[in-house]
Design a protein around this ligand. Sequence first.
Ligand SMILES: Nc1ncnc2c1ncn2[C@@H]1O[C@H](COP(=O)(O)OP(=O)(O)OP(=O)(O)O)[C@@H](O)[C@H]1O
Length: 367
Amino acid sequence: MSEGLHAEIELSRGSFDLRVAFDVEAGTVLAVLGPNGSGKSSLLGCLSGLLSPDLATITLDGRALHGLPPHARAVGLLSQDPLLFPHLSVLDNVAFSPRSKGAGRARAREIAEHWLEQVGVAEFAERKPAQLSGGQAQRVGLARALAGDPDLLLLDEPLAALDVDATPAVRGVLRRMLDQAGTRTTVLVTHDPLDALTLADQVLVLADGRAVERGPVRTVLAAPRTAFTARIAGLNLVAGTATTDGLRTEDGTVVAGIPAPDTEPGKPAVAVFAPSAVSVYPAEEDHAGSPRNTATVVVAGLEPQGAVIRLRTTGQGWAAGLSADLTPAAVADLRLEPGATVSLSIKATTVTIHPAHAAPIGSGLNP
Ligand SMILES: Nc1ncnc2c1ncn2[C@@H]1O[C@H](COP(=O)(O)OP(=O)(O)OP(=O)(O)O)[C@@H](O)[C@H]1O
């Protein structure tokens, strides 16, 4: 295809070799997940031009990037550490991007002010980077990456170095920027399935330098085909529309949960909870108590997962396809076996509601 990113890359680094081929449709976000050392940073390095692959065909909207030096690629990069120039003000750090693309001083400052406003740190324009918190610095780094008006945005673990309090707000800013991307294509490297879920349309899972899974994020994470994906994606995900205190599923059920700060009622959202948060009861048992979500489901299968047994559900409605972790004793007590009907109960306080990235219609990853 000519629009968006097309990449075929082969790179050897000592005994490690990376061999991947993928497409990202214009205007969409591809998350790259994978264990340590699987080649995620190497892949980004090849796209940005900081690494020279042995063989590569990389095109962006039909334009060949391979062979071009980093500055000629129209690529914006944001890493864990925003690498701001310590001696320049925040404004000048951001203005640096349009300046280096040839904009005059006044125009570059205007562009920088616009992007600082967009990411919510306009008030810090005159500060030096040392006077910013981690979350503020990362917003400035994002403003700098966007101020260069890149055709391709590369995000390398952009939230990994932030403390847990700063992460949701910066994730919210990132999501807003990605939703407004227009035709700009983004590749996001992350360890966190929640980032993939809330920020990306498609996911590519790398292992040992090879793509082992790819497809729409929710499809891949909900039905992982490799042990790595199963481990990182061992979360239950229910898609729907955010409400003030939960999420309404397609069939109209309200799943009660705690909305993340950037969740907006009426917008696409996803309810996330761990299999350990799901209690399983005999179908006829009543289990009233603190606010809970309940559903009747059929047991699809039972698999050992370390010290616990993971039950997967099937049936009708929003609770089909969920996972619940039980002790082997509980499985025996409840006489659970595939085909049995059981009740599930999930405490509302164990469910978090996150905004979902609104996938553009027809955003597919070519095989
Ligand atoms: N400069 C280098 N020279 C030789 N080998 C390297 C170099 N940098 C990385 N490697 C090797 O390349 C492989 C892939 O590393 P890479 O950093 O791309 O993985 P990653 O998936 O980004 O890992 P992490 O999640 O730990 O950041 C690893 O086996 C690593 O040891």
